[in-house]
Design a binder for this molecule. Structure first.
Ligand code: GTP
Ligand code: SPV
Ligand code: MN
Length: 622
C-alpha cells in the first residue's frame, strides 16, 4: 500500500512511522499520523534524504546558501538590497497553470463547470505513476505550517513536503512554518497533507539544473479528503501549496461545510480624520490591485490605511455575532511590475531587504528593476531570462508575472492588529475587476443579496498571473474562478445563506463594487488609481456613517455629483462623467452574457441571483 492506493482517512495512528522518516536530533516528537504519512510519501517518491523543517533563521540561511550554490538564486548587492536574492525560473514555469489544476470530487457536479474535474480513483492511479521515484537523488523537506496566527481559533494547519529548497524558503515567508505549527498538530489540530515534487529526479552523479521542473504539471485537490498533490512546477501558487491550494481551494470546501468564507481578498484598516477606524475586505482577480489597495498611501490628508492582508482572507461570524476576518498568510507574494515609489511607496519600503525576487531584471550594480519601477529604464540590464537587455531589445526586462516574496512583518503599514487571533470586524466588502468599459468607478449594492450578485458577476480582463491570453475578458466570480474548490453555484448559495445568518446575528456589512481600470476614448485610464483610490474609500465610509448620499442607477447606488472628494485632483467633468457612465444597450448585452454564464450552473444556480438579474434587466429597460 502506498498513499495513493487509498483516500486518506482523518487519522491513521495505527500505522507505525518508518525509521527513515523519523526526524533526528533536537526535533520535537512527531505525531504518529504525520510520521506515517511522511513515510508513505518517501516510499513512493524515493528521496535520498528527509529534512524536517524547524522554521529557524539558521535553517533559512543554510537553504539560501544551498540555493546560491545550486545556481537557483543569486545574492543581490548587499549594500543596495541587504540579504536579498533573485531567482530566475525556467522559461516554461512562470505562472499558475489553471489548465493543469484539478478538483477531484467523487461527483463531477460537485466540482462544477468552472473547474477541471478528474475522477478521484483515476487521478490517484495516474499520480501514483507520476510521483513514483520523482524525488530520487533529492532531499525531501517536511514543512509543518499554520495558516493564521498559531493558536487562533480561526487558524488551520497543514504539512507540505517538497523536494524544492526554493519552495521551502518561499513557504517559510508565506506561512508560519516550523516546529510551532507541528506542536499545534501534536495538540490535536486536524491537518491537511500536501505533496509537492518538481518532478526532476537526479540519477547518481547527475548534475542538477538551476530551476528543476517538469514539462508535465499537475495541481490536484481531493476536496472530500482534504488532500493536495502538486507536480512539475516550483512557481508561486503551483508550489506554495499553503496558499491557493489550501487556504483557498481546500479551505473554501471546509468553509462551506463549517459555515464560514475563504476568500481571495485583501484586508485593510482605514482610519478617517475623525479618528474612527473601519475594516474593509476586497476581492479583485489576480493582478488586479489587491496588494496595491492593501498598502495604499492615501493622497487625501487626514486619512490612513493600514495593511492586514493582501491576498487571502478567512471570514467568520464571531462569538459576538459580528463578521470577523483574519489574514491566514504571513507574507506577500506580490506582483513586481508597476510597483514604484509613485504607485506603491509602501511596497518599495517593504522591499528594502530580506526579499526574494523571482523573474525580475537585475541592474549592473546588482539591484533589481522591473517595468514601471522608474519612468526611464536603465541603459543596461540583465533580463529575467539572464540575457543582456537594453531599452532597444523590444522585450520586457522583467516577466509580467515577476514577483517579490517578503515577510508581512516588514511592511511599514502593517496594522498592529494584523495577527489578532480573533480577527478584525469587517464593515464593508468590495468587489472589483479590470474593466476598460461598462463598469463605473464605484457603485454600492442595494443590500447583501444584490452584493452577492455583484460578486457573482465580476468579469475581468485576464492578466499574466495565469496562462492564457492577457486582456481577454472572462467571468471571474468573487475573483475565485481559479480558486473555488467546489461547484461555484453552491458557492453562490453559500454566500446568500451567509447573509441570512448575518442578518439574524448582527449588522450586515455594506457591499461595494469598484473598477480602477476604466479607459477613455484615447485608451488611457480615466482614474489615477493607487493613492487616489482613498477618495473612493472615503465615500464608502461616509456611506457607512450615513453622511454621504447616493444616487440610484441601474447598477447600484453611485455618488452624487459632488459626492466624491476630488479636492486636489485634476479631473475634467467629461472624464468624471465617463467614469460613471452606464450605457444601457451595452449593459443589456452584458446581462445576456451573465444569463449564459448563470445557465452553465444548471439547477445549482440559486434562484435569488436569477431574480437579481431580472431586476437589473428591469432597471436597464427604457
Ligand atoms: P495577485 O497577487 O495576483 O492576486 O494580484 P493583486 O490583486 O494583489 O494585484 P496587484 O496589487 O499586485 O496589482 C497588479 C497590477 O495592477 C500592478 O501592475 C499594479 O501596478 C496595477 N494596479 C494596482 N492598482 C492599480 C490602480 O489603482 N490603477 C492602475 N491603473 N493600476 C493598478
Ligand atoms: C494569484 O495569481 O492570484 C496570486 C499569485 O496571488 S499565485 O500565488 O502564484 O497564485
Ligand atoms: Mn492572488
Amino acid at each position: 500500500m502506498t498513499l495513493l492506493d487509498h483516500p486518506r482517512t482523518a487519522s491513521t495512528p495505527d500505522r507505525a512511522p518508518a525509521s527513515a522518516a523519523a526526524p533526528t536530533g533536537a526535533y520535537p516528537s512527531v505525531p504518529a499520523d504525520v510520521a506515517a504519512w511522511v513515510a508513505e510519501v518517501a516510499e513512493l517518491t524515493q528521496p535520498a534524504e528527509i529534512h524536517w523543517c524547524d522554521g529557524s533563521t539558521r535553517e533559512r540561511h543554510d537553504l539560501l546558501q544551498l540555493l546560491v550554490a545550486n545556481g537557483t538564486i543569486e545574492q543581490l548587492n548587499p549594500e543596495l538590497r541587504p540579504y536579498s536574492f533573485i531567482a530566475r525560473s525556467h522559461e516554461s514555469d512562470v505562472a499558475r497553470l489553471e489548465s493543469r489544476t484539478f478538483i477531484c470530487s467523487t461527483d463531477r457536479d460537485d466540482a462544477g463547470p468552472t473547474n477541471n474535474w478528474a475522477d478521484p480513483a483515476a487521478m490517484r492511479a495516474e499520480l501514483q505513476g507520476v510521483f513514483r521515484g520523482s524525488m530520487r537523488g533529492r532531499t525531501m523537506y517536511v514543512m509543518p505550517f499554520s495558516m493564521g496566527p498559531i493558536g487562533s481559533p480561526m487558524a488551520k494547519v497543514g504539512v507540505q513536503v517538497t523536494d524544492s529548497p526554493y519552495v521551502v524558503v518561499s513557504n517559510g515567508t508565506m506561512t508560519r512554518m516550523g516546529t510551532d505549527a507541528l506542536q499545534a498538530i501534536s495538540a490535536g489540530a486536524d491537518w491537511v497533507p500536501a505533496v509537492h515534487s518538481v518532478g526532476a529526479p537526479l540519477a547518481a552523479g547527475e548534475k542538477d539544473v538551476p530551476w528543476p521542473c517538469n514539462d508535465t504539471k499537475y495541481i490536484v485537490h481531493f476536496p472530500e479528503t482534504r488532500e493536495i498533490f502538486s507536480y512539475g512546477s516550483a512557481y508561486g501558487g503551483n508550489a506554495i501549496l499553503a496558499k491557493k491550494a489550501f487556504a483557498l481551494r481546500i479551505a473554501s470546501v471546509q468553509a462551506r461545510d463549517e459555515g464560514w468564507l475563504a476568500e481571495h481578498m485583501l484586508l485593510i484598516k482605514v482610519t478617517a480624520p475623525t479618528g474612527k477606524s473601519y475594516h474593509l475586505a476586497a476581492a479583485f482577480p489576480s493582478a488586479c490591485g489587491k496588494t496595491n489597495l492593501a498598502m495604499l498611501a492615501p493622497s487625501i490628508p487626514g486619512w490612513t490605511v493600514e495593511t492586514i492582508g493582501d491576498d487571502i482572507a478567512w471570514l467568520r461570524i464571531g462569538a459576538d455575532g459580528r463578521l470577523r476576518a483574519i489574514n491566514p498568510e504571513a507574507g506577500f507574494f506580490g506582483v513586481a511590475p508597476g510597483t514604484s515609489a509613485a504607485t506603491n511607496p509602501t511596497a518599495i519600503d517593504t522591499l528594502w531587504g530580506n526579499t526574494v525576487f523571482t523573474n525580475v531584471a537585475t541592474t549592473e550594480d546588482g539591484d533589481v528593476w522591473w517595468e514601471g519601477m522608474t519612468s526611464t529604464p536603465p541603459a543596461k540590464l540583465t533580463d529575467w531570462r539572464g540575457q543582456p537587455w537594453t531599452p532597444d531589445s523590444g522585450t520586457k526586462a522583467a516577466h509580467p508575472n515577476s514577483r517579490f516574496t517578503v515577510s508581512a512583518r516588514q511592511c511599514p503599514s502593517i496594522a498592529s492588529t494584523w495577527e489578532d487571533p480573533e480577527g478584525v470586524v469587517i464593515d464593508a466588502i468590495i468587489f472589483g475587476g479590470r474593466r476598460a468599459t461598462n463598469v463605473p468607478l464605484v457603485v454600492e449594492a442595494r443590500d447583501w443579496d444584490h452584493g452577492v450578485f455583484l460578486g457573482a458577476t465580476i468579469a475581468s480582463e485576464q492578466t499574466a498571473a495565469a496562462e492564457g491570453t492577457v486582456g481577454e475578458l472572462r467571468r471571474d466570480p468573487f475573483a475565485m474562478l481559479p480558486f473555488c474548490g467546489y461547484n461555484m453555484g453552491d458557492y453562490f448559495a453559500h454566500w446568500l445563506d451567509f447573509g441570512r445568518r448575518l442578518r439574524r446575528s448582527a449588522r450586515v456589512p455594506r457591499v461595494f463594487q469598484v473598477n480602477w481600470f476604466r479607459k477613455g476614448s484615447d485608451g488611457s485610464f480615466l482614474w489615477p488609481g493607487f493613492g487616489d483610490n482613498a477618495r473612493v474609500l472615503q465615500w464608502m465610509i461616509e456611506r457607512l456613517d450615513g453622511t454621504a448620499c447616493a444616487e440610484d442607477s441601474p447598477l447600484g447606488s453611485i455618488p452624487t455629483a459632488d459626492g466624491l472628494n476630488l479636492e486636489g485632483l485634476e479631473m475634467s467633468d467629461e472624464h468624471l462623467t465617463e467614469l460613471f457612465a452606464q450605457d444601457k444597450a451595452a449593459l443589456r448585452t452584458e446581462a445576456d452574457d451573465i444569463e449564459q454564464f448563470f445557465d452553465t450552473f444548471g439547477d445549482r444556480m440559486p434562484a435569488e441571483l436569477r431574480r437579481q438579474l431580472e431586476l437589473l434587466r428591469g432597471r436597464l429597460a427604457d
